[in-house]
Design a protein around this ligand. Structure first.
Ligand code: PLP
Length: 394
């Protein structure tokens, strides 16, 4: 038997969402006929917009004909999609700040890229800072890469709006995620600029996870780290079509690796060695998501989710709870009243309100005492879930 990666032993036993799912299934088995309202879901539920599906169908038709059939795509993505992504940035801010087309790398989603980047580009001995509470994949990816003892958590609290303090000493790699999962918090451009300045001063690299950027409705908030001066020297950015355009089942995203970081050509070499490209129909669908018609259709879906977030915020705030996020973000971060732990509150809500959320402690120590609710269910289910919770809490 070959030697297994010893870092497996260092992973936390169960992936958070598997544990949430197991408790829900157990409850449903024991309580047949009871309707459970799932506000734990971190997955979109509205179907794909028509323009996106049409683009996929027409790309499939091309695969039927000898003249238009396509085999392996370029590992970095087709020029049409890379250019559409570069154009998306040009719609956000000044050309001088925008990534160039050859700094855009299309992939099958942010989770895959987050993992591949830290495996492929960075040595094991780097120190890593992870804002906490955190999306669990940042931690798992670094633990699997043998960096468990190199991780430094940057706890966040209500007092600082869930944005961490900048470390006093040098850290090599920094994971930032705004709009944040799970806290729903957003960072201002001036705060983000301070991180960029820190990274440039210390020769650090920021891994900026902006997969929820399209949930931002406030035009003054940055949808990309490249809104900040000097970010092209120190930041790699991950964006995704998953939540913005309903691609969680389609799989497509992109990563920007700017030439000025000195990493673009290395990343290209790594991708050429390890990735055979995102499928042509999916890339055509992603292109459609960035078209004017696609953007209009997507905006309707995002408005639907935003309304759910506001039902949660209004309802639970009205019941006297402190609710964070839910604006510029699909996530509401609820302070649990009293001294109950996140998992105790999870069980209470499941058993008495028949609502599934996600226990904050599953995202790290500073998530203890919080509960994450998402806006991806229907209006009706969201309203009923909130009503059930209010009844139990009163
Ligand atoms: N980053 C964050 C913060 C997420 O919450 C998620 C998914 O929930 C991802 C990345 C993964 O995105 P993708 O579907 O593009 O892999």
């Amino acid at each position: 038997m070959p030697i297994i990666n010893p870092n497996f032993e260092k992973l936390v036993q169960n992936y958070l969402f598997s544990e949430v799912g197991a408790r829900r299934v157990k409850f449903e088995k024991g309580n047949p006929g009871v309707k459970v309202y799932n506000l734990g879901i971190g997955d979109v539920t509205l179907p794909l917009p028509p323009s996106i599906v049409e683009a996929g169908k027409s790309a499939m038709d091309e695969q039927l004909k000898k003249e238009t059939f396509r085999g392996y795509p370029d590992a970095a993505g087709y020029p049409f999609l890379r250019e559409a992504i570069a154009a998306w940035y040009r719609g956000l801010f000044d050309d001088s700040l925008c990534p160039a087309t050859d700094e855009v790398f299309v992939g099958s989603g942010a989770k895959d890229d987050l993992y591949a980047i830290q495996q492929g580009l960075f040595a094991q001995e780097n120190s890593v800072a992870i804002v906490e509470p955190a999306y669990p994949a940042y931690i798992d990816a670094n633990v699997l890469a043998g960096r468990k003892d190199h991780i430094r958590f940057l706890p966040t609290t209500e007092a600082t709006g869930f944005v961490p303090e900048i470390p006093k000493e040098k850290v090599d790699l920094i994971y930032l995620c705004y709009p944040n999962n799970p806290t729903g918090a957003m960072i201002s451009k001036s705060e983000l600029q301070k991180w960029v300045d820190y990274a440039n001063k210390n020769n650090s690299i920021i891994l900026y996870d902006a997969v929820y950027s399209e949930f931002i409705s406030d035009p003054d908030l940055p949808r990309s780290i490249y809104a900040c001066d000097g970010a092209k020297k120190c930041a790699i950015e991950m964006q995704s079509f998953s939540k913005r355009a309903g691609f969680t089942g389609m799989r497509c995203g992109w990563t920007i690796v700017p030439q000025d970081t000195g990493l673009r050509d290395k990343w290209k070499r790594y991708r050429d060695a390890t990735y055979n490209g995102t499928s042509y129909p999916i890339q055509r669908m992603a292109e459609a998501a960035l078209s004017e018609r696609g953007k209009r259709e997507i905006a309707e879906n995002l408005a639907y989710y935003a309304e759910n977030a506001s039902i949660i915020r209004r309802g639970l705030t009205g019941a006297g709870l402190r609710v964070f996020g839910g604006v510029n973000s699909p996530y509401c971060w609820v302070k649990i009243p009293g001294k109950m732990t996140s998992w105790d509150f999870f069980d209470l809500m499941l058993e008495r309100a028949n609502v599934v959320g996600t226990p904050g402690s599953g995202f790290g120590k500073s998530g203890e005492g919080y509960f994450r609710l998402t806006s991806f269910n229907t209006h009706e289910n969201t309203a009923q879930a909130v009503a059930n919770m209010k009844k139990v809490l009163s």
